[in-house]
Design a protein around this ligand. Structure first.
Ligand SMILES: Nc1nc2c(ncn2[C@@H]2O[C@H](COP(=O)(O)OP(=O)(O)OP(=O)(O)O)[C@@H](O)[C@H]2O)c(=O)[nH]1
Ligand SMILES: [Mg+2]
Length: 429
């Protein structure tokens, strides 16, 4: 099973950086950091796009349908003439008609024919298929050897992260295809597969080992791998009732192709994720730390005792609902810790950060604290950033720091959320 790496935490960190720096005095350095952070956030928030390209009738749409698990794209010689069609995730089925230079139009349901009549530059079909949250499919129009469609294919390939070049196994990897593919940027070629279609047809099947052997010798610098596939057979195997014919699915190449596509997309995502983490660690989070002020000067050794003391100082219960919720949230982390001796430091820090972040939002939106304590929501925001930073450090020290931060915030809430305002001195985090 290929795992698709999650991006939520990194996206949240990037958004935090972007929000926190929005109102900072502009400078060339900050501008460059923000542009970079925005690009990472966009990349990690979108599905990885896979382009299906190849000459006319090579089997692009059939293959995209197979992977989408739906008969969405028209196939065969007589089909409706379509521009680029994107199959992507949507809550409810919808069809978006798009142009490069004007506002799109949206129809509910799957309406390819109606969309094509608008003469768009591209059409996007939204389906409620969970896998499409990770991967979107770009079905390109067929490429001809010598006409404008050749240029159009190259232009559209600019929009995809990975590609599958479909070549018809009856006459695989012709000179015209090689010529077009040689113009594709190396970066995309490194993220592409060569799918040899029609592998189910007897003449292709009989010569398959020899053909794939030849293509494998040629593939270096061109494709990650060469994958034969008999698409209609793979579709039939998956449609078998009461359950798919897994043996047939494997024999016709469906299993291998699906695995290779998933691995391609997941490796691409991992690569983007690592690039974002590197920038967060080296640039964005240190910058945040700089503008959020120094780290808290807390009695680190006091550790859990500090929290204990703060709990005691919060009792007997005053009329302070936000503090009660806060203490319950912290108690739940301690319970998790007690129940599992193997809890990872990073997971503990992340739990702390999530709770602080939730309360920062709650404080921002509600009137739950003393009007005089308007500075406290900012303390929670700063603490969220600090807890993020601590996740990049090793050893026990970050855990102790995190506990001190929680203790400090408890003190703040004990004072600010109480209707009996017995104010302690205003110490910042
Ligand atoms: N036997 C067999 N037929 C296939 C295979 N792949 C596609 N076909 C058939 O080949 C024809 C063309 O397939 P499409 O999926 O429409 O090809 P396409 O590349 O999208 O074509 P254009 O969009 O017109 O360029 C259809 O009749 C498909 O049923 C395959 O692996 N095996
Ligand atoms: Mg097609």
């Amino acid at each position: 099973m290929i795992e698709f790496p999650g991006t939520e935490q990194e996206v949240r960190q990037l958004e935090r950086f972007l929000t926190a720096t929005e109102k900072e005095a502009p400078s060339a350095e900050l501008e460059e950091l923000r542009t970079r952070a925005l690009a990472h956030a966009e990349r990690l928030s979108n599905a990885v796009s896979i382009g299906f390209a190849g000459e006319f009738g090579a089997g692009k749409s059939s293959l995209a349908n197979m992977l989408a698990g739906a008969d969405i794209l028209p196939t065969g010689p007589q089909h409706l003439k379509l521009p680029l069609v994107i199959v992507a995730y949507a809550e409810a089925p919808e069809t978006t008609v798009g142009w490069w230079n004007k506002e799109p139009k949206v129809y509910s349901g799957i309406a390819l024919e109606k969309a094509a009549a608008d003469n768009p530059d591209f059409i996007s079909v939204g389906l409620n298929t969970p896998a499409l949250q990770e991967i979107s499919l770009f079905d390109l129009p067929g490429a001809g050897a010598l006409d404008d469609t050749y240029k159009q294919t190259l232009e559209l390939l600019d929009y995809v992260d990975c590609a599958i070049w479909c070549t018809n196994g009856t006459n695989a990897w012709r000179e015209t295809e090689r010529h077009l593919w040689s113009k594709v940027p190396q970066k995309l070629r490194d993220n592409s597969l060569l799918a040899v279609t029609h592998a189910d047809l007897p003449p292709v099947r009989d010569a398959l080992d020899r053909v794939v052997g030849r293509l494998n010798k040629e593939k270096d610098g061109m494709f990650r791998s060469v994958v034969p596939i008999g698409t209609p057979v793979a579709v039939k195997a998956m449609e078998q009732e009461p359950e798919p014919d897994f043996e047939l699915w494997e024999i016709c190449g469906g299993q291998n192709l699906a695995e290779q596509v998933l691995r391609l997309a997941s490796d691409h995502r991992q690569h983007d994720l690592e690039a974002a983490r590197k920038d967060l660690e080296q640039d964005f989070l240190p910058y945040l730390e700089e503008i959020s002020g120094p780290e808290p000067v807390a009695d680190v050794d006091a550790g859990g005792k500090a929290v204990h003391a703060s709990l005691e100082s919060a009792l007997p219960p005053l009329d302070n609902p936000i503090l009660e919720d806060w203490l319950a949230a912290i108690a739940s982390i301690y319970n998790d810790l007690r129940e599992s001796s193997e809890i990872e430091p990073a997971a503990f820090l992340q739990s702390c950060q999530e709770i602080v972040e939730d309360f920062a939002e709650r404080l921002d939106s509600g009137a739950e604290i003393d009007p005089e304590a308007g500075w406290i929501p900012a303390e929670f925001e700063k603490a969220t950033d600090l807890l993020l930073l601590l996740q990049f450090e090793s050893g026990d020290a970050p855990l102790k720091d995190a506990i001190s931060i929680l203790a400090q915030l408890s003190d703040n809430l004990a004072w600010a959320g109480s209707t009996v305002a017995s104010a302690p001195p205003r110490t910042g985090t």
